[in-house]
Design a protein around this ligand. Structure first.
Ligand SMILES: [Zn+2]
Length: 278
């Protein structure tokens, strides 16, 4: 515990402690592997006039010469704390603002609205996100890792060849059968049978909040999720379902989800509800 003899001293101590914290935080961020190595300077704001004057006579003057240029604040007002965001504006401190300031920022990908959307089922979006990034642990990847016997692996759905992102979604005859049935419930004309093609077809419309686009996104992400789940159940648990059973699970799950979504009534929405037995 430190007892300060004046408010000025306590502010001085606070400034010193803040400096230490900033040093620690910069070092911590630098130590995180793969973090962009340029960690930008962190500015500490101090509005105590007496501290500003005092530090000008100390070592802080050499370290933080900008302190001398800090405008003298209104003494009648009490001190306030602000957080400076990555774009330079001063806001009230919150964990969200701090995270926004230190996280790496990348430009938005054109398929973002297709994978992450308001009515999405999170675990379905997550698997679809891994698919779009081609990060699912498929058998073709295991071959690259030089795993023993990886060459003898066969797709658990058709047992004809090793599986891969392209094979599972939906070149494989099992998953294609499921997708062909599911597709009839999607009202997007000319939708393809290959996942890359499908994603590209969705990109121009993915942002639209109309019923047929929302339904199509929920259906596609659910199909990806349940095909992947079926592949794993066969591979790791020795359990299997036929294409009709997988279709029924997709239908039932999407139907339940749609029952919780509020659509604006229209003849089209009426038709859609009939198709989904809602
Ligand atoms: Zn297959």
């Amino acid at each position: 515990m430190v007892i300060a003899r004046s408010t000025m001293e306590s502010e001085f101590i606070a400034l010193d402690k803040a400096g230490e914290e900033v040093e620690w935080l910069r070092q911590f961020v630098k130590d995180i592997p793969k973090w962009p190595k340029h960690v930008s300077a962190i500015r500490i704001h101090c509005n105590s006039q007496s501290v500003i004057v005092s530090v000008s006579y100390t070592i802080f003057l050499q370290k933080f010469p900008m302190l001398l240029n800090v405008p003298i604040p209104n003494r009648d007002e009490s001190d306030k704390l602000f957080w400076k965001t990555h774009d330079g504006s001063l806001v009230e401190f919150s964990a969200k603002q701090a995270w926004e300031s230190i996280r790496p920022h990348a430009s938005k990908v054109d398929w973002a609205e297709f994978v992450w959307f308001a009515n999405a089922i999170p675990r379905h979006s997550f698997i679809t996100w891994l698919l779009v990034k081609e990060k699912l642990k498929t058998q073709d990847k295991m071959k690259d890792w030089d795993v023993v016997d990886a060459y003898s692996l066969l797709c658990s759905l058709c047992k004809l060849q090793h599986d891969s992102h392209n094979h599972l979604f939906f070149e494989c005859k099992f998953s294609l059968e499921v997708w062909e049935r599911v597709k009839r419930l999607i009202d997007i004309p000319g939708i393809g049978n290959k996942w890359k093609e499908i994603v590209q077809q969705f990109v121009p419309v993915a942002k639209r909040k109309v019923a047929r686009v929302i339904v199509a996104k929920i259906v596609f992400t659910a199909t990806v999720y349940f095909v992947w789940q079926e592949r794993n159940a066969r591979l790791f648990r020795g359990e299997s379902r036929n294409p009709t059973q997988v279709f029924n699970i997709i239908f039932g799950t999407v139907r339940l989800k749609l029952m919780s979504v509020k659509f604006k009534e229209s003849p089209h929405v009426h038709k859609l509800k009939m198709a989904w037995k809602i």
